[in-house]
Design a protein around this ligand. Structure first.
Ligand code: SF4
Ligand code: SF4
Length: 407
């Protein structure tokens, strides 16, 4: 789908995030800013999302359901624009619109991640028996190199030293809305009622009292983990300037191993208490990102160094259609198709690489091989229908071990 605001990933339209200038990755600048910095477009910023990009908020004429005069037809509650107060004949977009439409082909065709896909690739993606559906839950990434903070001429946004949470000072905000432009994820919003920018606060009052953020805590699927990681703050700029095909590894390398004696000594020398070093050692995030290498940041090429990371979705369906017949892959040959089907996956590698690896398909292929090998191993443990030599081959292909999978 196109997401929210629509086509938010299209930085030719919105100019969010950072770009590297110069032939030898010399300097980093906000994509939004020209030679004269923010001042050149502070009074007129054509790259802000418009009302149409967000959708025109509406309510319904509920009163009519109660007060309509007696008639042959049921009364209806027509949509009323919350901007103009007038009736709206057609509603064309809304919150979670793509999701609610089940990711319709109309929206899929407008997805910037498919830019450059051939007609044949689009035809395959749109074939009804190969469509795939999953959610991409997005909140603020509390980036290490936040575009929102850098873009604000008022200095109203800041990243807290103690926990890295990125916040907007409601006192300092003067409604320039440069943070909305500077964030490539469009995760600051302007509140037209208060005249201030707002964003996710990572539930910092909960963090301060030792609790996870509310959406992490309440997620029924338990898909969100939170944890402390040690990173090299001096390496932020160099990391953000890395060549595009090396961005994933560079962003992984900035996270340091909390078990390494040299890192522990350096952390202590920088005043980090032992309790935090221990927390970093227990952090599930360290395992997912650094040790197992299966969590990746969304659009690393935006160069804000996001701190929210994603495990790519695995297609739930293991069956296939062959000669028009829908069938389960027979258990004898299950592993082969599982591993080789990555290239023919319903979730195209190219699409996931566009999302999570700056276009580097090798990174995504490696992550998927590991995820599939975990699936094969766990199936062999629970269902016991995959021969051991096949399990070993899967683990080798996934560059993992039984002990790591068990962990
Ligand atoms: S994702 Fe959050 S921290 Fe990162 S640039 Fe956007 S608003 Fe700022
Ligand atoms: S619940 Fe908390 S962490 Fe989650 S999106 Fe809202 S403010 Fe951010």
């Amino acid at each position: 789908g196109t997401g929210y605001p629509t086509r938010w990933e299209d930085q030719t339209k919105y100019r969010g995030g950072w770009v590297v200038d110069g032939q030898r990755q010399k300097s980093l600048r906000l994509r939004l800013q020209g030679k004269w910095g923010t001042l050149s477009n502070i009074f007129y910023n054509p790259y802000l999302p418009t009302l149409d990009d967000y959708y025109e908020p509406w309510t319904y004429d509920y009163q009519n359901l109660i007060s309509a005069p007696l008639a042959d037809e049921q009364p209806t509650a027509r949509a009323i624009s919350m901007v103009t107060g007038k009736y709206m004949d057609t509603i064309e977009a809304g919150p979670n619109w793509d999701d609610d439409l089940g990711g319709s082909q109309v929206y899929a065709n407008n997805d910037p991640n498919f830019d450059g896909a051939s007609d044949e690739e689009m035809r395959q993606i749109n074939e009804i028996n190969s469509t795939v559906f999953f959610y991409l839950p997005r909140i603020c990434n509390h980036c290490l190199n936040p575009g929102c903070v850098a873009a604000c001429p008022q200095g109203a946004l800041y990243k807290r030293g103690e926990d890295g949470v990125v916040l907007v000072s409601q006192e300092r905000c003067r409604a320039w809305r440069m943070c909305v432009s500077g964030c490539p994820y469009k995760k600051t919003y302007f509140n037209w009622s208060t005249g201030k920018a707002e964003k996710c606060i990572l539930c910092y009052p909960r963090l301060e009292s030792g609790q996870p953020p509310a959406c992490f805590h309440s997620c029924v699927g338990r898909i969100r983990y939170i944890g402390l990681v040690l990173y090299d703050a001096d390496a932020i700029e160099e990391t953000a300037k890395s060549p595009q095909d090396q961005l994933v590894m560079a962003q992984r390398n900035i996270i340091k191993d909390p078990f390494d004696p040299e890192i522990i000594a350096a952390a202590r020398a920088n005043g980090i208490p032992d309790s935090k070093i221990e927390a970093a050692q227990k952090s599930p995030v360290f395992q997912f990102v650094k040790k197992w290498g299966i969590a990746l940041s969304l659009h690393p090429e935006f160069r804000t160094l996001p701190r929210l990371l994603y495990g790519p979705p695995l297609g739930p369906v293991q069956a296939k259609v062959e000669n028009g017949v829908y069938d389960n892959i027979d258990s004898e040959s299950r592993l082969g198709p599982l591993m080789s089907s990555l290239e023919r996956s319903r979730i195209p590698l190219r699409y996931m690489a566009s999302w999570l690896a700056g276009g580097n398909e090798d990174i995504i292929r490696g992550v998927y091989k590991k995820l599939v090998s975990v699936r094969v191993y766990m199936r062999s443990r629970k269902v016991k229908d995959i021969p051991d030599e096949e399990v070993q081959r899967a683990l080798a292909e996934g560059k993992t071990t039984a002990a790591e999978v068990e962990a």
